[in-house]
Design a protein around this ligand. Structure first.
Ligand code: SAH
Length: 361
């Protein structure tokens, strides 16, 4: 490992922490603001770029800190809609996936919160090798910044729907959100960020109290406890009524409409009866349901229902007055399901595998 490995990742630090460091190191506090601006407004890649700092301070900073950097090992671009899928390597050799999509309202970045995942959802490729490690806030920020630089354009929306369970990496997630939403930092509207969770109840409740008005999406995927457990082992630990209560609390405390993600899996969750149960379940909630035709994962047997069945499922929900969309498939031609590009890299021995596949402890 390089000699930078034991230095603190400065991209993950909050303004107050930088200020405290300056004071402890005999520097003027306003230097913290300058450094923060270099990092999060100008996206400086090295301390030498920070030209309004004294040379000696630049040296001290580079002796103490490193700036998290990601390396794009592969970039796949869709010929259909320009969607780009990135395989980034981290400084310790682990790899993660991120995706950049263009919608009518601008660019959306889909980022990873962990290398791998330990939640074990049956149809998801990201979890097959377990979790390698949590990502630091700086590594989450760097995904957005790298893709924005590559596109030569500002990214207006961020969804934390790549590999990993963001609420299983809570402190780093909250740090990431604070820096992303900081008008003196990355300056993205928190309303334009979506955090997607499989339903870690205590952390949903904590997030509701952080004063961060992000959209929270729950991976629901089934209308009953029994069916949900079949697709998502974590559902055994956090039961459906408790998860829904926590989501209601999130709505009440933040005023943010809730999103439910619902991966449509043939033979599992898209019958007319499922539609009825789902409508009953969310009745009266201010929510939106996003239907995701399941992406085929080569290690798994799950298949998507045909389009007519998914449409019928949607119509049934709409008849009950529920707001529903079927997720438009982006980058169909480069669309190994999330996590498959990473897996192929690990299988080829080009990146370390993970150790922790045993579900949340
Ligand atoms: N851990 C977070 C983020 C996961 S990825 C969560 O569970 O929400 C974002 C969404 O994609 C989740 O709803 C996840 O269940 C879903 N997903 C994962 N693999 C999929 C696949 N092969 N097909 C369709 N949706 C999938």
């Amino acid at each position: 490992m390089s000699d930078t490995a034991d230095k603190t990742d400065i991209l993950s630090l909050m303004p107050g922490e930088l200020k405290a460091w300056m004071e402890e190191n005999g520097q003027k506090p306003f230097r913290a603001k300058q450094v923060y601006e270099w990092l999060h407004v100008h996206h400086a890649g090295s301390f030498d770029d920070m030209t309004n700092l004294p040379k000696a301070l630049r040296q001290t900073l580079s002796d103490s800190f490193r700036i998290a950097s990601l390396h794009a090992e592969e970039v796949l671009t869709s010929l259909i809609d320009g969607t780009r899928k990135y395989l980034f390597s981290l400084e310790d050799g682990h790899v993660i996936e991120s995706v950049l999509m263009r919608y009518s309202y601008g660019l959306t970045a889909c980022i990873s919160s962990q290398a791998g995942c330990r939640m074990g959802c049956r149809f998801c490729a990201s979890t097959i090798d377990g979790k390698a490690r949590d990502l630091r806030a700086g590594e989450m920020i760097a995904q957005v910044v790298k893709m924005s630089e590559d596109a030569g354009e500002r990214i207006g929306h961020v969804v934390i729907m790549g590999s990993g369970e963001p609420l299983d990496n809570y402190d780093n997630l909250v740090r990431f959100l604070r820096i992303m939403g900081d008008p003196d930092g990355e300056c993205l509207s928190l309303r334009d960020i979506t955090v997607s969770t499989c339903g870690i109840v205590p952390k949903i409740r904590s997030l509701a109290g952080e004063g961060l008005p992000v959209t929270l999406a729950l991976s629901l995927h089934a209308p009953t406890q029994e069916k949900r457990e079949r697709l998502m082992p974590i559902a055994k630990k956090y039961r459906l009524p408790d998860v829904l209560d926590a989501m209601k609390e999130y709505y009440e405390r933040t005023g943010r409409r809730i999103t439910f993600e619902y991966s449509c899996v043939e033979g599992e969750n898209t019958s007319p009866e499922d539609a009825k149960l789902l409508a009953d379940l969310v009745q009266g909630m201010n929510c939106h349901i996003n239907l995701i035709p399941v992406n085929h994962v080569s290690e798994r047997n799950y298949r998507r229902p045909d389009q007519a069945k998914i449409e019928a499922f949607r119509r049934k929900l709409e008849k009950r007055g529920i707001s529903v969309t079927i997720r438009r498939e982006m980058g169909r031609d480069i669309n190994g399901a999330c996590g498959q590009l990473r897996r192929s890299y690990i299988s080829a021995g080009k990146a370390p595998a993970s150790a922790d596949a045993d579900g949340e402890s």
